[in-house]
Design a protein around this ligand. Structure first.
Ligand code: EPU
Length: 432
C-alpha cells in the first residue's frame, strides 16, 4: 500500500487534462455483457474500480483487452451467470452487473454487496426493479439468486427511494429492459450524465431508449444488441476536484477535457463564494482562480442537476480555510462525513449536527498524518494538504486509486509538492 506525502503551501499553476468518467465507465463495461459481439470503449480511466470490473467480466468468461484507455470486450455465448464473492466484495458498484446478466441469461447469482463507510447503501430498489420485470429474487448464502425462466417482460417502475432516485438502480433497470419483451417505463429515473452516457452506449448497440436525462425513461425491448464503439464522457467529479484545487490554492489553473453542462452546480457555487470560474467558448475547458475576498457558502446535496454528494467533501476542505461560516448538508448519504474528523486533525473547525457539517473558516490548516476513509474523503484530504502549512501524510491511498487516474502525477504537473511512497504498515485495500 502507498501513502501520499504532500508539502503544502505551493501555488498550483498550469493546466491538467481530465480522464474519462469512472462512474460512467462501470455500468458501460458491465453492459458489454449484453451482446456476443465485441465492443470497444475508449477513455476508460485506469483506476482500480474499472480494473475490478474488468476482472469480474473476465472471470465470468468475457475476453478483455486493454490498451491506452481503450478496452475491447468480447462476451461469447457460455459466459457464467454466477459472480464470485471474492471479486464482487471489492466494489459495491458490481451490483450493476445484475441488469445485464439478467437480460443476457435470465438468471444470475450475485453476492450481496456488504456495508459501506459512506452509508447503509441498500439494494432494495434494484431488487424491486427486476421483480417488476417478472424475475423471482431470493437471498441465499449471502447471494442474490435471481431467475426469470420465462424471460423478462417490460413494466412501469418507479425508482424513487427515500433519498431520491438511484443512479445504478436506474442503470440496472435500463440494462435489464433493453432485451425484455415489450416496453418498460422508468419513472423517477436518475438524471445523472452517467445514466445518459449509458443510454447512449446502449442505443449504439441497437437498444431503443428514449428520455434518458429526464425523469421518465422509456425502453422498447429489442431481440438482440450488437457491438459498437463508444467514448466515455469526462469525469465531472475529477474535474470538480481540480476546480476546487484551483479555488483553494493556485495562481489560476486551466482544466481541460471537461463538459461545462455537467459542472453547473459546482461552478455556480464557486462563483457565489467569490472565486473566478471561466469556461472556454465550447465549454470543454475551464479556468479557475481563487477570489480576492472569498466567502463561505451553503450546500445541500441533491440528485443531478443539484449539487453532487461526490463533491461535498472537497468543498468542505475549501470551506475549512474560507472566512465565515459554511454549512454542508448531505441528503443522499447523510453519514458521509468521515473526512471531517481527519480535517479537524489538520486544524479545521467543523461541528457535526445530524447529517450537517457547520464549518467556521480558519486562516490556515496545518499538515498532519491523516487517514483516507473513502474515495471522495481522500480527495478532500489531498486538497486540504495542498493548502496546509507543513507536511501531510495521507495513509490508505488505495481509496484514491479507486477513482482518480494518476492524481499524484497530475498534481505534480500543476506544480504541487507531492510524493507517493510505500506504506508497508497499511492493511490491504477494503471494499467500498
Ligand atoms: N438507495 C436505496 N436503495 C437502493 C439503492 C439506493 O435506498 O436500492 C439510496 C442510497 O442509499 C442513497 C440514494 O438511494 O441514499 C442514492 O444512491 P444511488 O443508488 O444513486 O447510489 P449508487 O448508484 O450506488 C452512484 C455513484 C456514487 C454516487 C451516487 C449518488 C457509481 C458507481 N457510484 O452510486 O459514487 O455517490 O451514485 O450520486 O456510479 C463515488 O464515485 O465516490 C460514489 C460513491
Amino acid at each position: 500500500m502507498d501513502k501520499l506525502i504532500v508539502e503544502g503551501g505551493h501555488l498550483l499553476k498550469g493546466s491538467v487534462n481530465i480522464s474519462g468518467s469512472k462512474n460512467a465507465s462501470l455500468p458501460i463495461l458491465a453492459a458489454a455483457l449484453l451482446t456476443d459481439d465485441p465492443v470497444r470503449i475508449s477513455r476508460v480511466p485506469d483506476v482500480s474500480d474499472t480494473n475490478y470490473m474488468l476482472q469480474i467480466l473476465s472471470q465470468l468468461g468475457a475476453s478483455v483487452e486493454r490498451s491506452s484507455g481503450t478496452v475491447r470486450i468480447d462476451s461469447p455465448d457460455g459466459i457464467s451467470s454466477s459472480a464470485s464473492y471474492e471479486q464482487v466484495r471489492k466494489m459495491r458498484a458490481s451490483i450493476c452487473l445484475l441488469g445485464p446478466m439478467m437480460a443476457r441469461m435470465n438468471r444470475c447469482t450475485l453476492p450481496l454487496p456488504g456495508g459501506c463507510v459512506i452509508g447503509d447503501r441498500p439494494v432494495d430498489l434494484h431488487v424491486r426493479a427486476i421483480q417488476a420485470l417478472g424475475a423471482r429474487v431470493r437471498v441465499k448464502g449471502g447471494n442474490l439468486v435471481i431467475e426469470a425462466p420465462n424471460g423478462l417482460v417490460g413494466a412501469t417502475v418507479d425508482m424513487r427511494g427515500d433519498n431520491g432516485p438511484t443512479v445504478l438502480g436506474t442503470d440496472n433497470l435500463m440494462m435489464a429492459a433493453v432485451l425484455a419483451r415489450g416496453t418498460t417505463v422508468i419513472e423517477s429515473a436518475a438524471r445523472e450524465p452517467e445514466v445518459v452516457d449509458l443510454a447512449n452506449f446502449l442505443n449504439k448497440m441497437g437498444a431503443h431508449i428514449e428520455g434518458a436525462g429526464s425523469r421518465t425513461i422509456t425502453i422498447h425491448g429489442v431481440e438482440r444488441l450488437h457491438g459498437c464503439q463508444h467514448t466515455v464522457i469526462p469525469d465531472r467529479i475529477e474535474a470538480g476536484t481540480f476546480m476546487v484545487a484551483g479555488a483553494l490554492i493556485s495562481e489560476g489553473i486551466t482544466i481541460n477535457r471537461v463538459c461545462q453542462e455537467h459542472l453547473t452546480a459546482l461552478a455556480d457555487l464557486l462563483v457565489e463564494c467569490g472565486h473566478t470560474v471561466r469556461f472556454s467558448e465550447d465549454g470543454s475547458s475551464v479556468f479557475v482562480a481563487p477570489g480576492t475576498s472569498p466567502k463561505g457558502g451553503k450546500i445541500t446535496t441533491s440528485p443531478y442537476p443539484g449539487f453532487p454528494t461526490d463533491m461535498q467533501a472537497q468543498m468542505t476542505a475549501l470551506f475549512s480555510v474560507t472566512p465565515g461560516i459554511s454549512v454542508v448538508r448531505d441528503t443522499i448519504f447523510p453519514q458521509r462525513f468521515m473526512h471531517c474528523s481527519e480535517l479537524k486533525r489538520m486544524g479545521a473547525n467543523i461541528k457535526m449536527d445530524n447529517g450537517t457539517a457547520i464549518i467556521t473558516g480558519t486562516d490556515r490548516l496545518s499538515g498532519a498524518p491523516v487517514m483516507a476513509s473513502d474515495l471522495r474523503a481522500s480527495a478532500a484530504l489531498v486538497l486540504a494538504a495542498l493548502a496546509a502549512e507543513g507536511t501531510t501524510e495521507i495513509h490508505r491511498l488505495y481509496h484514491i486509486d479507486r477513482g482518480y487516474e494518476m492524481l499524484d502525477d497530475k498534481l505534480l504537473g500543476l506544480g504541487a509538492y507531492v510524493r507517493r511512497v510505500p506504506d508497508p504498515k497499511e492493511p490491504a485495500a477494503q471494499a467500498i
